[in-house]
Design a protein around this ligand. Structure first.
Ligand SMILES: [Zn+2]
Length: 377
């Protein structure tokens, strides 16, 4: 339990600003993320006691309505795994189906190092899971707004990678084009705005249950993809974050996921979460690191160098201050994908991090060590 608990709890990467904790109510100063959330220092016994209070309540995922009937020809065969060659009367060779493109079995797929979302240049299915809470339900308008924010953020990633790095990026996420990409969940509890350790374990367990009810493999076959990213949408304010697989993690951390809140808890007016934050979080799933010092992975010298080397990188900051006022950008992505983040995504060589060698990756686009190691670096 402890191992599981630690793995699950430490693979969290957040948009800039969240490490100051809920009590601050805002983030203000970029250098001021020193408060530790009290949840980060709870004991194992406290966690186990809390988890023992009752079984989590969750509902089955419900696919978005108005599903399209006209799937691509051959899709049914691929998705179901059935050999339907029965009309001709001819005997056919047994079809040995790949589990996913490039992988013969689930076992083989799960031995790779990247986790469920692989490389940013590979076609990736992005599954949206909208959580309706006990007292806070998504409206259709809000869902469409959140999709619009994704569209701005993800289009930005595609454009940056194409124009600066000549790298393709195909993310299949638009559930208005393909309703199979969206699922709605009824949850008879609330997801907190700031997810501390205890809540994180619980939400991971819930999300894994939801994912099991979603035909994500069928979707991946449909899009000829071996890469899948999950997004859990929460219908209120909070601090968006992501969970990633690290090189030494076991399969319990296989599914890679971002939690996107509708609104930004650090905004005085609870403005909607921005395309910058959504893009920042999704890039985590493909290997991007937080480049701000409170992430606490690298040395102070490295973070000082990163402040200069990639000052406009959206992995360094997702907001700015104008005349001392916390400012975000609802209609555009604030920042860029610097060569350093591109390298961490697996694009380019080590020259990009020559001045910050701590960032050199053992394997492209993969987080080193285990979630456990990283937390204590
Ligand atoms: Zn982050």
């Amino acid at each position: 339990m402890k191992k599981h608990f630690l793995y699950r709890s430490l693979a969290v990467f957040c948009a800039l600003g969240m490490l100051s904790g809920c009590s601050a109510g805002h983030t203000g100063n970029i250098d001021g993320y020193e408060d530790i959330d009290p949840d980060l220092v709870i004991t194992r016994d406290e966690v186990e006691e809390a988890l023992g209070e009752g079984e989590p309540q969750f509902a089955q995922s419900v696919p978005y309505e108005e599903r399209k009937k006209d799937k691509p020809a051959g899709d049914e065969n691929k998705a179901s795994g059935n050999d339907t060659d029965t009309d001709t009367g001819e005997e056919s060779e047994p079809v040995i189906e790949e589990y996913l493109p490039g992988y013969d079995s689930e076992d083989e797929w799960k031995t790779r190092d990247t986790g469920s979302a692989s490389y940013i240049w590979e076609p990736t299915v992005v599954v949206s899971i909208f959580v309706d809470e006990e007292e806070d339900l998504w409206t259709e308008e809000e869902r469409e707004y959140a999709l619009g924010v994704c569209r701005i953020g993800f289009d930005f990633i595609k454009k940056e990678l194409d124009e600066k790095y000549n790298t393709a990026c195909n993310l299949y996420y638009d559930w208005t084009e393909d309703p199979d990409l969206r699922y709605d969940i009824r949850l008879y509890e609330s997801i907190p705005a700031y997810v501390g350790l205890r809540d994180e374990i619980h939400i991971n367990d819930l999300a894994d249950e939801w994912v099991e009810t979603i035909p994500f493999r069928d979707l991946m076959l449909k899009y000829d993809s071996a890469s899948v990213a999950f997004i859990v949408f929460v219908p209120h304010e909070g601090c968006s974050y992501s969970e990633m697989h690290c090189l030494l993690d076991d399969r319990s951390t296989w599914n890679e996921m971002s939690v996107f809140y509708l609104q930004d808890m650090y905004s005085d007016t609870y403005a909607y979460e921005t395309p910058t934050v959504y893009a920042h979080e999704l890039l985590h799933q493909f290997g991007a690191e937080d480049l701000y010092s409170s992430a606490g992975i690298y040395s102070d010298e490295t973070y000082a160098a990163l402040e200069t080397l990639c000052q406009d990188d959206l992995m360094l900051r997702t907001f700015t201050k104008i005349n001392g006022v916390y400012t975000t950008f609802p209609d555009e992505v604030y920042g860029e994908i610097s060569p350093i983040t591109a390298y961490l995504l697996g694009i380019g060589d080590e020259d990009a991090v020559a001045e910050v060698p701590e960032l050199i990756r053992e394997k492209p686009a993969c987080f080193p060590g285990s979630s456990l190691d990283r937390a204590f670096d």
